[in-house]
Design a protein around this ligand. Structure first.
Ligand code: HMG
Ligand code: MG
Length: 305
């Protein structure tokens, strides 16, 4: 499998990054975050979730946020949708790309969306049918691909089966999520190879949380296996409220820094991304979760010259 020259970053900070924040971030600040990200050259920015506001209060303002963001030409703004109710809410404000989400672990899926894997996929089928008719693109997420906070080990066969089902239903891309950041590079590579035997590698993305500091190493292993789409969150924010111990996503700044250092093209203006990440860390009143955001893109000597 050849290493790609170009890697697309799917920026999930405004959704995965914020969904776990206890203090409600005002809609205007979410809009400003997404608008800042739109000016960095990112071409996929997940904007929000049309899930139940009782389950994710932070994103109860999904309609206001989606309606308020600048929709830059050439940038996709997917939104999470768990069911037909979510689809209708998303379409009411003009969403043109959605993401459905399920898991490889029954126990996690039950906690996260109150459904078995089969039930969740049965809910997606009519959503995907409507999306096809409406010319709406559908991305699919599979969570807990390297381990589950409730079930423990997750058999590779379960990951493969769920990813293939979402692809067969019509998802153009399947994002493989290490929800609790439990994986290490050898396991990440083996998981990707197993899925890639049943879903084309060009239709796969990887989504690592950095809970145990393995995310960049895992991403590199998967890129060496040929994956060319990487999910990441500016400033390393994030976590799933229904996955104990799921800390931040890998920071987008750190992923871009690594990939550009390897000579790969991400199309992202790293300085602008770093500025957006610093702005977000200040807004949330917490330490920046990006090492590059903390240190700067260049060495201190260069920066002070
Ligand atoms: P439920 O309680 O089983 O749903 O939740 P229900 O159909 O029985 O409805 C209950 C209430 O929710 C009703 O309202 C519905 O109208 C309402 P009530 O009559 O009680 O007033 N409702 C909705 N409201 C707004 N929008 C909707 C919607 N659907 C129902 N779409 C449900 C089932 C799926 C709705 C719920 O479990 C839910 O919203 N879960 C979302 C959880 C979530 O967002 N988790 C985080 C995202 S996944 C993630 O982070 C992982 C990922 O990053 C990858 C990785 O890291 O692995 C993607
Ligand atoms: Mg996630």
């Amino acid at each position: 499998m050849s290493t790609p020259n170009q890697v697309r970053i799917v920026e999930v900070g405004a959704r995965d990054g914020l969904q776990n924040e206890k203090t409600i971030v005002p809609a205007a600040a979410k809009i400003e975050l997404i608008d800042r990200l739109s000016d960095t050259g990112l071409c996929t920015i997940e904007a929000t979730s049309f899930v139940s506001p009782k389950w994710i209060p932070q994103l109860a303002d999904a309609a206001e946020v989606y309606a308020g963001i600048m929709k830059k030409t050439g940038v996709a703004y997917p939104v999470l949708v768990p069911n037909e109710q979510g689809y209708e809410r998303a379409r009411a404000v003009g969403a043109t790309e959605i993401a459905v989400f399920t898991a490889a672990s029954e126990a996690f899926n039950r906690k996260n969306i109150n459904a078995s894997i089969d039930e969740s996929i049965a809910r997606f089928a009519p959503v995907i049918e409507r999306a096809k008719a409406d010319n709406v693109r559908v991305r699919g997420y599979v969570s807990t691909v390297l381990g589950c906070p409730y079930q423990g080990d997750v058999p590779l066969a379960d990951v493969v089966r769920v990813a293939k089902r979402l692809h067969d239903l019509g998802c153009y891309e399947i994002s493989l999520g290490d929800t609790i950041g439990i994986g290490t590079p050898g396991k990440a590579r083996a998981m990707l190879k197993a899925v890639a035997q049943h879903v084309p590698i060009d239709a796969l993305a990887v989504h690592f949380h950095d809970t145990r500091g393995q995310a960049l190493a895992n991403i590199l292993a998967c890129i060496e296996e040929g994956v060319s789409v990487v999910d990441a969150a500016v400033s390393g924010t994030g976590g799933c409220p229904y996955a104990r111990g799921a800390s931040g996503n890998v920071a987008s700044e750190d992923v871009v820094y690594m990939l550009e250092g390897l000579g790969m093209d991400t199309g992202v203006d790293l300085e602008a991304l770093v500025q957006a990440g610093r702005w977000l860390a200040t807004l949330l009143g917490r330490a920046n979760g990006s090492k590059v955001g903390l240190a700067g893109v260049r060495s201190t000597t260069e920066e002070t010259q």
